[in-house]
Every structure is written in C-alpha cells, then in structure tokens.
Design a protein around this ligand. Structure first.
Ligand code: IMP
Ligand code: ZN
Length: 336
C-alpha cells in the first residue's frame, strides 16, 4: 500500500491510461454487484482476482477472464462495468483513458457484438454527461484465439463505429492467449484496418519464442505495442526487432504488476521497462487489468518509481510523454 504523502502525489499526478481491458478492470465493488445479480453461478470473488503476493501462470489468468465473462453477459452488466471502470479511473487521477474490449455475442441473453459496442459507447457518453474530468476512447479487441473470420468481423464493426461514434472508437487491439494462433493469419485483416485509418495496438512478444510473429507484425507497423516483453536480446529477442521498434518509434505499453503476477517477468526489478526507458524510448506505464491484478495506475507509477529510482520530475515527465502516444485526435490535452 502507498504511504500517505507519496500516495497522494501519485494519485494527484494527472495520468494517461492506454492499456486497459474492460473486463479485466472490474473492481471488487463492481464484482460484488455482478455476483449478487447472478448468485446461481456460485462465483466467489477469489476466482476473479489475483491478490497481493499471489502469482498465476498466464494460462490461469486466461481462466479468470472466462469466469468474469460469465458474470458480464448482458447489456446491463456491460453498462455497469464500463461506467464503474471509467469512474474509478477518473477517481484515480486519469485524465485520458483508452479502454479496449472484445465484442462478445451471448445467445442466451440476446447480446450481440453490435449491442456490446453500442453499450460501451453509451457508458462513455453517460460518464461524459456526468461531467467527469476524463476523456475516454474505445479500441475494439480481436481475440487471437477466434481466428481470421471473427477478426475480420471485428474490423468491420470497428470501421462502422469509427465513422458513427463521434470519434470515440479509434482503433483495434490484438490480444488474447498469446500461445494460441499465429499473427501471420491476421496480417491481411490488420493491414485492412490500418488502411481505413484505425489505429493498431498489438500485444507483441508477451511470451518467448514469438520472434517470427513479432517480426511480421512489426512490418505493419503497429501504432503501439502491448507488453513487448521478449523483444530485446537480453531475454531471447533480437536486435533487429528492437531496431524495428526504434526506427518506427513505436511506443510500448508497459504493465509491471500484470507481468509479474502473470509470471512472464521474474520480478519488478527485472521488468523490461528498464531496458526501454534507458534507451529513451516512449514507454507508457499502464495497468492492463486493474481488477484482476488488484492495482491501479497510481500504484503502477509508484512501483516504477521505487523500483527504478525515478525522481518525481522523471515521473511527471513519464506521465506527460504518454500524451504523445494517445490515439485520440491531436488535442490540447495538457496535464495540470
Ligand atoms: P475484455 O476484452 O473486455 O473481455 O477483457 C478481457 C480480455 O482481454 C481477455 O479475455 C483477453 O482476451 C484480453 N486480455 C486481458 N489481459 C490480457 C493479457 O495480459 N494478454 C493478452 N490478452 C489479455
Ligand atoms: Zn493486455
């Protein structure tokens, strides 16, 4: 837990959150609401979050999402989850948020992918009408497990909403279990999305042995990289991958707690933040799944600062530089 004075500094620090999966960001309080709506599922909160000091394999983390998806399967649930998540980020001092989520269809409840997206957009608009001091955009997520056809459907949906959502839908995310499927199958779909003006944030090299896939996907090139844990040579990546990232100046979204709790990084001090930050490369601190990993963006900034001995001025700059990496329109977003 944060001590009071330092805690207040990080909470007050105006922040930009660029890597937040909607259903991974559900807080304990919201989870209680969802569980009480569906008592028959017999889901305990311990099944939806990974607490302090606990670690899980990536595979186990993906099981957690399956449980959460059972609890979030109606438009009403999505509205609750999205409005709560946005309010919580705002309360944590986040001024600009890009949420990402995988449109899901649920035959039992009549939820369609289209109504899923519409509901997230409705939540963003509701929060805006409440006057919350936070600017929110939405990325539609492609779950790599679901293959090319579904990915193409998601791109079409994103194109449609990019044109009809008043600028709220700005891009696409590629996520899901990194050990399933191959990025090469998704290249044409991602290329098409890029050609239509959708921004691309791709989970890349989240696990080892994805050099070939990362190389192919970096040729697009994406607009941002999620994690990029195993890109650099010190952990089995390669200099040529690093060079591609540097040459195209592709920002990295870095999520310390998520990577340590998901066991893809052995400890905070060994996190690849250090490698990229020392190069002066755009590195944006993010939460990934603040609900599942029991964290928030203030804590992530504080963790980065204490682990890598960053001064408060450096922390301030880190948060300020994140503005250059947003997918929203060029805007006079000055963090103050
Ligand atoms: P949703 O897209 O809002 O349902 O958020 C949960 C989904 O985000 C999961 O089912 C995964 O597809 C994706 N996700 C969350 N965290 C990670 C991660 O660390 N790596 C890859 N995919 C993730
Ligand atoms: Zn992620």
């Amino acid at each position: 837990m944060m001590d009071n004075e330092a805690g207040a500094f990080y909470r007050k620090l105006p922040k930009v959150e660029l890597h937040a999966h909607l259903n991974g960001s559900v807080s304990v309080q919201t989870m209680e609401k969802l569980i009480s709506r569906k008592p028959h599922l017999n889901i305990k909160h311990s099944m939806t979050a990974i607490g302090k000091g606990q670690r899980r394999t990536l595979d186990e983390c993906f099981q957690v999402f399956k449980v959460i998806h059972q609890l979030v399967d109606t438009e009403e649930d999505i509205l609750t989850v999205a409005t709560d998540v946005i309010r919580e980020f705002a309360a944590d001092g986040v001024k600009y948020l890009e949420l990402r989520s995988t449109p899901r269809e649920e035959k039992n409840t009549g939820l369609t992918k289209k109504s899923y997206v519409e509901t997230v957009i409705k939540a963003i608009q509701q929060c805006k009408n409440e006057g919350l001091d936070i600017d929110v955009r939405f990325l539609l997520a492609i779950d790599r497990r679901n293959g090319t056809e579904v990915a193409m459907e998601t791109v079409e949906l994103a194109e449609e909403f990019m044109l009809s959502s008043d600028g709220l839908v700005v891009g696409l995310d590629l996520s899901g279990d990194p050990t399933v499927g191959h990025g090469k199958d998704l290249l044409p779909v991602l290329q098409r999305a890029k050609n239509c003006g959708l921004k691309l944030s791709l989970h890349l090299s989240e696990v080892p042995s994805q050099l070939e896939e990362s190389d192919l996907l970096l040729n697009l090139p994406p607009d941002r990289i999620g994690h990029g844990t195993f890109l650099h040579p010190e952990v089995g990546g390669s200099q040529s991958l690093v060079d591609k990232v540097l040459k195209n100046n592709i920002p990295l979204e870095l999520c310390l707690t998520s990577n340590v709790k998901g066991k893809t990084v052995p400890s905070y001090s060994k996190h690849h933040f250090k490698y990229w930050y020392q190069l002066g490369h755009p590195s944006v601190i993010c939460t990934d799944d603040k609900g599942v990993f029991c964290t928030d963006l203030s804590q992530e900034y504080q963790l980065a600062a204490t682990t890598f001995s960053l001064s408060r001025e450096a922390v301030w700059q880190l948060s300020q530089q994140a503005i250059d990496c947003i997918f929203g329109p060029e805007m006079p977003l000055v963090l103050q």
